[in-house]
Design a protein around this ligand. Structure first.
Ligand code: NDP
Length: 449
């Protein structure tokens, strides 16, 4: 595979030479640069100002040691990261991921994607991402709290309400954000909106918990409407059962669909009667149980071990909401073979490049993560606004704004695709629309001579 513009291919080659141990980061950069070929031709001023080569390098990469003590009194050591990728349009903004698979490549890929996603929301937020290879599974509440405190003891010197505002991601929900916020406040003696995804009583925004999953369904609704379709009566398969997956499930059901399958990293469940959202939410959010537990409580459901087989469940709409590269070519083939008409990404980069090409080739409606899952960060930015004004808006107000933002993201991505000669291609459209906004801001700010 090669990028169809030699100037961009040169930028990619030199980055690849320096980033041999960063496959996920290179995968994300490749996809964006490929989409930007028509922009190089139209905008020689961006080439002259070196915008394309600057945008693939993070402004700052922080890596640090996190030492903490487990319940048995043993000292444990983990690695922490914060990649402050681009602040051209606002303070760095992006989640923290706690998962054993976290490394610099994963955090750089997520930070890079975040630049364009945040620009697409139309709100003034730059791109960043962070996390740790800490595994929260099986840890006690006390261990989670001590780890979060140790993590923030270092991170606090690099962030701030106008500098860098982290949020949650895999393994980091409202509980972890609460512990992180407590430690920031203890050290800095400041009650500011330095983190988003807080509980409402700590300045969190209503509807933030639901925002990514709801936003994904609002975006999918727009995609379907363009083809004269809607969610009503459709079979939906959702991978994952975390924050994004759960609320995508709730909204899809409210929009008239039947959600027939969900998963976790161990396996998936199929319920032909339609998944009982409230039972699933209580099981995952309150009891933190494995998804297999669902079949003990719902006799019509079946459990299959191994999460990748979920794409063999026949559906009209697939919403991958677990993790990167979870939907490969085999999965894409199974979906299309069974009549799937639309795929929208709730997770970041869940489809492999081969799967995306296959969907395009088969004319499947495809909503890329940058656009389709931007509802979470958009609502985080609304939380920042509420924090600076010391106000809190109602659930309905925030949900209404989220709905409008997702509609606009769809329209902007579709319009950019059309303007640059790729009508209907939302991958290209989202990449171009996000890039243009950041590139103009970088151009206006100049470089140091
Ligand atoms: P959660 O930690 O709440 O849930 C993650 C879900 O994905 C769990 O069901 C988990 O299963 C599953 N999962 C994680 N890793 C793997 C893996 N390697 N293989 C299979 N399944 C896996 O995370 P979120 O719901 O917050 O995030 C899910 C995705 O959405 C991520 O890609 C994230 O970056 C993206 N995203 C999240 C946003 C948010 O607002 N939370 C915003 C935008 C994007 P198990 O419990 O077994 O590990």
């Amino acid at each position: 595979m090669s990028i169809s513009n030699s100037y961009l291919q040169g930028i990619y080659d030199s980055l690849a030479e320096k980033s041999t141990h960063e496959p996920e980061f290179l995968q994300a950069v490749y996809e964006v640069l490929e989409s930007l070929c028509p922009v190089v031709e139209k905008r020689p001023d961006f080439v002259k100002a070196g915008i394309f080569s600057q945008i693939v390098e993070p402004e700052r990469v922080l890596q640090f040691r996190i030492s903490w003590v487990d319940d048995a009194g043993t000292v444990r050591v983990n690695r922490g990261y914060r990649v402050q990728f681009n602040s051209a349009i606002g303070p760095y903004k992006g989640g923290l991921r706690f998962h054993p698979s976290v490394n610099l490549s994963i955090i750089k890929f997520l930070g890079f994607e975040q630049i364009f996603k945040n620009a697409l929301t139309g709100l003034p937020i730059g791109g960043g991402k962070g996390g740790s290879d800490f595994d929260p599974k099986g840890k006690s509440d006390g261990e989670i709290m001590r780890f979060c405190q140790a993590f923030m003891t270092e991170l606090q010197r690099h962030i701030g309400a106008d500098t860098d505002v982290p949020a949650g991601d895999i393994g980091v929900g409202a509980r972890e954000i609460g512990y992180l916020f407590g430690q920031y406040k203890r050290i800095r003696n400041e009650f500011t909106g330095v983190l988003t995804g807080k509980k409402a009583g700590l300045g969190g925004s209503l509807a933030r918990t639901e925002a990514t999953g709801y936003g994904l369904c609002y975006f999918t609704k727009e995609m379907l409407a363009a083809e004269g379709e809607d969610f009503s009566g459709k079979r939906v398969v959702i991978s994952g059962s975390g924050n994004v997956a759960l609320y995508a499930c709730q909204k899809a059901i409210r929009l008239g669909a039947k959600v027939v399958a969900m998963s976790d990293s161990g396996g998936y469940i199929v319920d032909e009667n339609g998944i009982d959202f409230e039972r699933m939410r209580e099981m995952k959010e309150v009891r933190r149980a494995r998804i297999q537990t669902y079949v003990d409580e719902v006799p019509t459901a079946q459990y299959v071990s191994g999460c990748r087989g979920i794409w063999s469940v026949p559906c009209d709409i697939a919403l991958p909401c677990a993790t990167q590269n979870e939907l490969d070519l085999d999965g894409a083939r199974m979906l299309v073979e069974h009549g799937c008409m639309a795929v929208a990404e709730g997770a970041n980069m869940p489809s492999t490049p081969e799967a995306v090409s296959f969907f395009r080739e088969k004319g499947i409606l495809f909503g890329p993560a940058k656009a389709a899952n931007a509802g979470g960060v958009a609502t985080s930015a609304l939380e920042m606004s509420q924090n600076s004004q010391r106000l809190s808006w109602s659930f309905e107000q925030v949900d209404g704004m989220l709905h409008d933002i997702m509609k606009e993201i769809y329209q902007n991505a579709a319009a950019a695709a059309k303007e640059y000669g790729q009508e209907g291609d939302l991958v290209t459209g989202a990449n171009i629309a996000g890039f243009l906004k950041v590139a103009e801001a970088m151009l206006w700010q100049g470089v140091i001579f």
